[in-house]
Design a protein around this ligand. Structure first.
Ligand code: HEC
Length: 410
């Protein structure tokens, strides 16, 4: 039954015995018998996954999930430390007084890296556990074995198995219902096991091509160009549409946008209350807060929160004008170019300004300070004014401002 390899120059080596079975059921039975007889170095081959073959062969559950889980954990932890290191250590940047190490902000990257490394762990772990890539296998020398990918059910026992004995093993396979049997011999020549030339060329070419983007980036970084950027998807970059405030010859007046009918007010935008919306009472700056603004701890902390986000970058968390933007301006010597420093808004001048005037400053800005009406709703503007009052008070506070019971001993 020995297979002829058509090869005289290279010595044949015994790989083992290959037996073919009629059906998936027969294969399972055979695997059970072989396992029961004490063989360990054998494998089953079928055109499709055969349910129940693993326990029949005594294959333990794969450790792949452990690899996936470990890789995922590494991704999670790496993302956390990478971001903490960058945001807190190498490039700390105070954004509106938010903490430098902030978990919510880190979650998207942590999630992404977890998924990425878990996927890599699964993919490459599977290759590693299956000892892939494998270009050649001794069983490939059998023509019959080629049907393992279409209709054949095979079981092969390796000669290296301690229990292997050509006659006894053959008898066992026969008894287990083998329809065909074959002794597999293979050539010991190295050439047959080498990676095929075509694949080698492919690998070398793709490795070279993979370097092209890096070379391109390196070149772009080291050189200058006065040409516009490359447009990879031009019909997304240049769309035939009218943007706001652009010209168009469709209409007589040459504008792309139509003006609303005169007197149009958007729903909910009829802002008649002068006090609430403009900070004025009888034409004067309001000295009281509007009635709809409840002056309680909740409004105070809302004001603190909005102040930290919208005002602290310039005015600083305490309002003294030393925000990050001003620190940066000092650092690069912006004063020489006409930089106007943010005011210290805890000063007496501003402490004496009526509530309405501060509200108006937030709405429309003041000289070089821009207005924040687009970003901050009226209610929040009033909350900021409320909080600003607290800042101004605390900037000039004395021990007497502390409740009697809580004062330190003098
Ligand atoms: C982009 C930086 C910047 C931000 C953000 C900013 N300010 Fe100002 N603010 C300034 C500058 C600069 C001045 C001084 C303007 C000048 O004198 O030309 C100023 C002045 C002021 C004044 C004094 C106005 C006056 O009457 O002289 C007040 C009050 C004030 N800011 C409050 C606020 C509040 C409240 C916020 C948050 C909603 C805020 N600012 C956000 C830059 C900023």
């Amino acid at each position: 039954m020995s297979h002829d390899n058509n090869n005289d120059e290279v010595e044949d080596k015994l790989y083992g015995l290959l037996a073919e079975y009629e059906s998936p059921g027969a294969l399972i039975e055979a695997a059970r018998a072989v396992r029961k007889a004490g063989y360990t170095k054998f494998d089953c081959y079928s055109p499709f996954p055969v349910h129940g073959i693993d326990p029949a062969m005594g294959i333990k559950p794969t450790i792949l999930p452990v690899i996936t889980f470990t890789a995922g954990c590494i991704g999670l932890i790496a993302a956390f430390f990478m971001q903490t290191w960058m945001n807190n250590w190498t490039y700390p940047w105070n954004i509106a007084g938010k903490p430098l190490i902030s978990l919510p902000m880190q979650i998207p990257i942590m999630f992404e890296l977890t998924v990425l490394l878990a996927a890599f762990g699964t993919f490459f772990g599977m290759w590693g556990l299956n000892k892939l890539p494998q270009m050649w296998h001794p069983l490939f020398s059998s023509d019959r074995f080629l049907t393992a990918s279409s209709r054949g059910f095979f079981l092969a026992i390796e000669a290296e198995d301690p229990k292997f004995d050509e006659d006894a093993t053959a008898a066992l396979l026969e008894e287990a219902g083998a329809t065909e049997m074959e002794t597999i011999r293979y050539k010991t020549s190295k050439a047959i096991r080498a990676i095929p030339g075509g694949i080698k060329v492919f690998m070398i070419i793709s490795a070279c091509l993979a370097l092209v983007p890096f070379a391109y980036i390196a070149k772009k970084r080291a050189s200058k160009s006065d040409k516009p950027h490359m447009h990879i998807i031009p019909n997304m970059d240049f769309q035939t549409k009218n943007k706001p405030q652009t010209a168009s010859d469709i209409f007589d007046d040459g504008r792309a946008s139509r003006l609303p009918v005169s007197g149009t007010v958007a729903r909910g935008e009829l802002k008649e209350d002068d006090h609430l919306y403009r900070g004025k009472m009888n034409g004067q700056w309001a000295t009281k807060f509007p009635e709809s603004i409840v002056l309680n701890a909740e409004t105070m902390s809302r004001g603190e929160n909005r102040f930290a986000i919208y005002c602290s970058p310039c005015h600083g968390l305490t309002g003294d004008g030393t925000g990050m933007i001003n620190q940066r301006a000092d650092k690069i010597g912006a004063a020489a170019t006409g930089w106007v420093a943010p005011s210290n808004i805890t000063q007496d001048t501003f402490a004496k300004q009526p509530h309405g005037q501060l509200f108006n400053t937030i709405t429309h800005g003041a000289r070089t300070m821009p207005g924040y009406s687009a970003q901050i709703k009226e209610k929040d503007r009033w909350a900021i004014v409320f909080y600003l009052r607290a800042l101004q008070r605390s900037a000039h506070s004395t021990v007497d401002d502390v409740p009697p019971g809580a004062q330190p001993p003098r």
